[in-house]
Design a protein around this ligand. Structure first.
Ligand code: G6P
Length: 610
């Protein structure tokens, strides 16, 4: 997944393109490039491996000035992240940027090579540039050439194209990768995400699947998947909260960790009555649909998948509803047997994750009762294509390692559990009122956990020289341990594995020695005594223990055992609370190791390719 920006204006657009790319770095950041139709009427480009800041430095030396341009920040799929493979790709006097994957690129490359086109990169994108050039020779119109080209592409694409032959326009196509047009006065823009354009406009037009757009300074024309001219609604945004600023924090990740009390509060707002969850929060048809639900199938990726795993414990234990959870990339390619009256639930921060979207699209053919998206982006594809939605209110998450998105997803999933139980009458007496009360207190509890910041920072020192760690949890804390391990690997590059504590003796115990710290989450629940025995097994092998334990769990520091006392919390909500110290731990370990916390190597925030 990559980020695209384009502009057609009466002023120099290079700085606008670069600023847009910086705001899109969450989509990929291994190389960046810009192509501009310059004021001396030439199509020129500059590309650099590395982050957008490298491109910016290069532009400071070697400026490009023009009123029409496209730019790209890349996350490599085909071809190493080097200058030759960076976008824009040229063919003749046209330039292309692409987000997505062209699956038939090998066949197209062969055909185009036979026609005499010379390839200078290893990317799938370059076939688009040559194919377009080829069509343009016959059709003499860039828009017509793009329409003809996309007919031959298999796969996913968001495309932006400019040509020196028709420098009055920018043309674009969307299939499987998001694109939005930013509408200005006498100037128009294009990007993968409106965030990139908030500096220049607050009016947006979202392209739909299969759309082709011709964008000029003073007009926008769109054709749908059937080639019919269509009008797309334009939307105005006034909310300025998306501004990507770190404020007093050193990294976005730390800022986002500390935002959790307020974003959890926001996610609850308007969704609770005095002692019940308001089922309508899931949409006007929610009550009627929820009454029919007999099973739940959850599908998600990465951190969102871990949220789904926690929800399974809640749905079965509290609402008595059988629940399956699967990673989207597996679900979408598996022959699935769907039980009658199953609600299909997707969880996603971005709402654009390719595997999750594809799983939803497959699910529609499989006879699920209805689909529900728990998502942080209201204008995302996932939300648009689902029957029901619950928006988490985490606000924009910039750090690649997801933090506040996860805890707000958990809140959303607990609201779902209580709603399903309420409508179906399967909750034990008093449970809903108790948990509603506990949810109201949750932001304060999260604040208390965050106050342990400096304690966790000290504990992080134990990990600075280690290469491997184990995370243990039991019950709903097992997925919390998985999430803790994921955070640590993502940003500190330390190998971390999570195990249900009871599985320790079936293999991983063989790895335990004094070079392998073991992190455990130990709320004060019915599994505590069993967990304590598991911890003994670790200590007996010389393993160093770091235990985040309920203040009432009766656990204390000892030789090789570091106990961090956690505020007491209702057992059901403990997965949300215990996530906090694990996020802080991975953050401080990464800071000690000096890694790029907000943009860890090889990863991207939003994975819009398979
Ligand atoms: C990427 C991100 C993860 C995220 C996952 C799913 O791998 O780096 O942080 O959990 O995608 O993304 P989604 O937007 O669907 O939650």
């Amino acid at each position: 997944m990559c980020g695209i920006v384009g502009a057609v204006a009466e002023r120099n657009i290079t700085a606008i393109l670069v600023e847009g790319l910086k705001r899109l770095e969450y989509r990929g950041y291994d190389s960046a490039g810009v192509a501009v139709y310059t004021n001396d009427q030439k199509l020129e480009r500059l590309r650099r491996p590395g982050k957008v800041s490298e491109l910016e430095l290069a532009l400071a030396e070697d400026s490009l000035i023009g009123r029409l341009g496209i730019a790209h920040t890349r996350w490599a799929t085909h071809g190493a992240p080097c200058e030759r493979n960076a976008h824009p790709h040229f063919s003749g006097d046209l330039a292309v940027v692409h987000n997505g994957i062209i699956e038939n690129h090998d066949a197209l490359r062969e055909q185009l090579t036979a026609l005499g086109y010379v390839f200078t990169s290893d990317t799938d994108t370059e076939v688009i540039a040559h194919l377009l050039n080829h069509k343009l020779k016959d059709l003499h119109d860039l828009t017509a050439a793009l329409k003809a080209t996309v007919k031959e592409l298999h796969g996913a694409y968001g495309l932006a194209v400019i040509s020196g032959q028709q420098p009055d326009r920018l043309v674009a196509a969307r299939s499987g990768s998001p694109l939005v047009i930013g509408l200005g006065l006498g100037e128009n823009f294009l990007a993968s995400d409106q965030l990139a354009l908030r500096q220049v406009t607050d009016r947006f037009m979202y392209l739909e699947e299969g759309d082709i757009a011709e964008i000029r300074r003073d007009s926008v024309h769109i054709w749908d998947v059937n080639g019919q001219a269509v009008e797309r609604e334009s939307v105005q945004y006034r909310d300025g909260t998306e501004a990507a600023e770190k404020g007093e924090y050193r990294h976005f990740m730390l800022k986002e960790i500390h935002e959790q009390p307020s974003v959890v509060q926001r996610t609850l707002e308007g969704r609770l009555s005095q002692n019940q969850v308001l089922v309508q929060a899931f949409g006007p048809q929610a009550a009627e649909l929820f009454a029919k639900v007999r099973n739940v199938q959850i599908v998600a990726c990465g951190t969102s998948y871990h949220a789904g795993m926690v929800a399974r414990y809640w749905l079965e234990e509290l609402a008595g509803i059988p629940c399956q959870v699967e990673v989207a990339s597996e679900f979408r390619y598996r022959k699935v047997v769907v039980q009658p009256d199953t609600l299909f639930v997707t969880i996603s921060q971005s709402g654009e994750t390719a595997d999750t979207l594809a799983a939803l699209r497959n699910a529609k053919e499989l006879g699920f009762l209805a689909s529900l998206a728990i998502c942080n982006v209201g204008i995302s594809s996932l939300v648009r294509e689902s029957d029901l939605t619950l928006l988490t209110q985490a606000g924009r998450e910039i750090g690649v390692a997801s933090t506040k998105a996860f805890t707000t997803q958990l809140v959303g999933l607990l609201l779902l559990t209580l709603s399903l139980g309420q409508v179906r009458g399967t909750l034990a007496k008093g449970v809903e009122a108790t948990l509603v009360e506990e949810l109201r207190r949750l932001p304060t509890r999260l604040g208390e956990a965050l106050a342990m910041d400096s304690t966790v920072e000290k504990i992080a020192e134990l990990f600075a020289e280690k290469n491997h760690t184990l995370f243990l949890g039991r019950g709903a804390q097992f997925p919390v341990a998985m999430e803790g391990a994921l955070k640590l690997k993502e940003i500190s590059y330390i190998h971390a594995e999570a195990y249900p504590a009871g599985e320790l003796k079936h293999g991983p115990l063989a790895l335990v020695d004094n070079d392998m710290p073991v992190v455990t989450v130990a709320p004060n629940n019915e599994l505590l005594e069993k967990l304590k025995s598991n911890l003994q097994e670790v200590r007996a092998r010389g393993g160093e223990l770091i235990v985040f334990a309920d203040v009432k769990a009766g656990m204390t520091n000892g030789e090789g055992t570091h106990v961090v006392q956690m505020p007491h919390i209702h057992n059901t909500l403990s997965p949300i609370l215990y996530t906090i110290p694990l996020q802080l731990l991975s953050y401080y370990v990464a800071v000690l190791k000096g890694t790029d916390v907000d943009q860890p190597r090889n990863l991207a925030k939003s994975v819009t390719v398979e």
